[in-house]
Structure formats: C-alpha cells, structure tokens
Design a protein around this ligand. Structure first.
Ligand code: DON
Length: 311
C-alpha cells in the first residue's frame, strides 16, 4: 500500500488506470422511473479529482453534463445547516442511517422525522427548510449555493425536471405524509417541486469533484478560494455522508471504502478525503441500491490501492 499524495503524475495515471480497468464492466441498469434518465448513454464514464490546492485531474468523460439528482442532498443539507444551525435542522430531519432504500417511507416512530437528509424523505424536508418567501426565492438560494460549491453558475435541465415532475408521485406522497405528521414546514407541493428542480440541476463529474473538495477543504472552495460554508457545517455534512450517503449500502461502503460519499440515480458518485481531495465518478448504470456500479468499483479500488480508508 502506498500513502496517497496528490502528485500530478500519480493522480493522472491512477484515474486513467481506473477508467481502463472498469470501463469494460457491463453490470447494472439505467434508472428509468424518471423516463428522461433512461436516455443516458450507459458507456459514459468519467472521473475527476480536485486537490486542496485546487488542482483538477480528469479522465474520460468528466465534462459530460448530467443531472445532479441525489448528489445535491449533502450540499442542500449544508445550506440548511448554515442558515438554521444543527439543532433546528435536526428538529425536522434525523441523523441516523435508515438501512432502507432511498425512496422509503421514513418517519421515525417517536418524532415522525425522516431518518436522515440523504434519503428522499429527509431531503424533501431539508429543501423545505431553506429560507425563502416564495418557491422561486428558495430555489434561487439552492441554485446559488450549488453554484458556489461548484465555482461556476449551474443551471437546470428542464427536460429532466419536467420528466420527474410528471412521474414523481412517490416523492409527492412522501411530502404529503411528512406534512400530515407535522414534520414538513410549508406547503408539500411546493417543497417537492423545489426538490425536483434541485435534482435537475446540471453538473459534470468535474463540477462534482470541486463541490466535494469544498466539503473536504473545510467549506472553502479550493478553486475559487470562496468560503461557501463554515468548517463546522462541512464536518457535519461529511459525518452524515459517511453514515447515510450510500443508502442501504452505507455500512458496507464505510467498511470497504471508508470515505464520506454520496450517490445519485443519474450515475454520479462523490467521495471526500477530508483535508486531501474530492473525487467524483460519472457512470449511469446502477446497482440494486441505486449506486453507480462503475463508481462503486472504481472508488473501492482506489481506496484500497492508496490506503484512503479513514479508519
Ligand atoms: O427523488 C428521486 O427519486 C430522484 N430525483 C433522486 C433520487 C436519487 O438520486 C437516489 N440515488 N441513488
């Protein structure tokens, strides 16, 4: 095992090797419950890593745009924590791994809260917590925050948004259930619509690597130098990613890869090496948990080879 150092040649070679090794992997399937996501190219495969010095390393199709989906969740959680603080956010959204699928009905027996902010129910509640007098203003804060994490102005893929808005009845049901339990602030229809927009923000693997490197760098974007969130908030978000970011595969992920991470149904997967790097993989075919097959395989390999496991 070699100790990880973000030396340009080593990183570039490692990313290129990962691409070569895992491109032939033909397992998993595209998410199709959001019809627009089923149009993705299963062979798209890109990896990007950003160091704490702001160096960006890439291999493959790291500049292909796709919708952020659930990878938005930790960053919007960071926004809610920044605006309201941990105690207030935790009144509405728990911090325990659910051990359940990402779209499960999640109401803690004693409090009625969703288990955590990384699953859909908790993410919808987190989105609803973002301050704003209108849905437009609330989404404006979310888009601005995601853009600061990425270091560039992001936008919405309107086709994916329309596709999810047409087919998102399960998320609507979750929002109304939370509302009936008194654990969703505001109007449930508005909350879920804002959540659909948030999931439809367009990013690349290179963007996601910068965003994750910002969390790893105590909330300071290593490329732009902007403090996006406090160190305290960055640590809180990384902790919840570590315990809950990979849904019902979170325990296995922490055991084998040992890094805070988050996945999304469009095939994005990010992982943070605190004070070291942010890495992102894009490859659309998913395993049964909704995690990118090539993403999981590549990051597991990288972690083992370079001794990245935090424990
Ligand atoms: O709410 C949904 O179902 C999607 N917009 C996002 C879910 C997601 O990315 C789960 N990740 N694997």
């Amino acid at each position: 095992m070699v100790t990880y150092r973000p030396t340009p040649g080593v990183v570039t070679d490692a990313l290129a090797e990962l691409l070569e090794r895992f491109a032939p992997l033909r397992e998993g399937s595209l998410a199709d419950y959001i019809p627009q996501l089923a149009l993705a190219d299963p062979d798209d495969f890109g990896i990007a890593l950003v160091s704490m010095e702001g160096h960006c390393y890439q291999a493959g199709r790291a500049d292909v745009p796709f919708t952020v989906q659930s990878v938005s969740k930790p960053f919007v959680y960071a926004l809610a924590l920044s605006r309201l603080g941990l105690e207030e956010v935790t009144r509405w959204v728990g911090t325990e791994p659910s051990g359940d699928v990402f779209n499960a009905i999640s109401l803690e027996p004693r409090t009625g809260r969703p288990a955590n902010a990384m699953i859909n129910a908790g993410a919808i509640a987190t989105t609803a917590l973002v301050p704003g007098t209108t849905p437009e203003e609330r989404f404006g804060h979310i888009l601005d925050c995601l853009s600061r994490f990425a270091g560039r102005c992001l936008d919405v893929d309107e086709d994916v948004y329309a596709s999810e808005a047409r087919t998102g009845d399960r998320n609507r049901a979750l929002a109304f259930l939370l509302s009936s339990a008194g654990t969703l602030p505001g109007d449930p229809s508005e909350a879920v619509d804002t959540y659909f927009r948030q999931c439809s923000v367009r990013v690349t693997a290179a963007d996601l690597a910068v965003m994750t490197a910002t969390l790893a760098n105590s909330g300071v974007n290593p490329v732009t130098g902007e403090t996006v969130v406090s160190e305290e908030v960055a640590v809180q978000v990384l902790a919840v990613m570590a315990s809950c970011g990979m849904y019902d595969a979170s325990g296995d992920w922490l055991l084998r890869v040992g890094l805070p991470a988050k996945s999304g149904v469009s095939g994005g997967l990010v992982a943070a090496g605190p004070a070291r790097f942010g890495i992102a993989v894009f490859s659309p075919p998913l395993d049964v948990h909704g995690n990118s097959v090539r993403g999981v395989a590549a990051l597991r390999d990288l972690s083992e080879r370079f001794g990245l496991h935090l424990m």
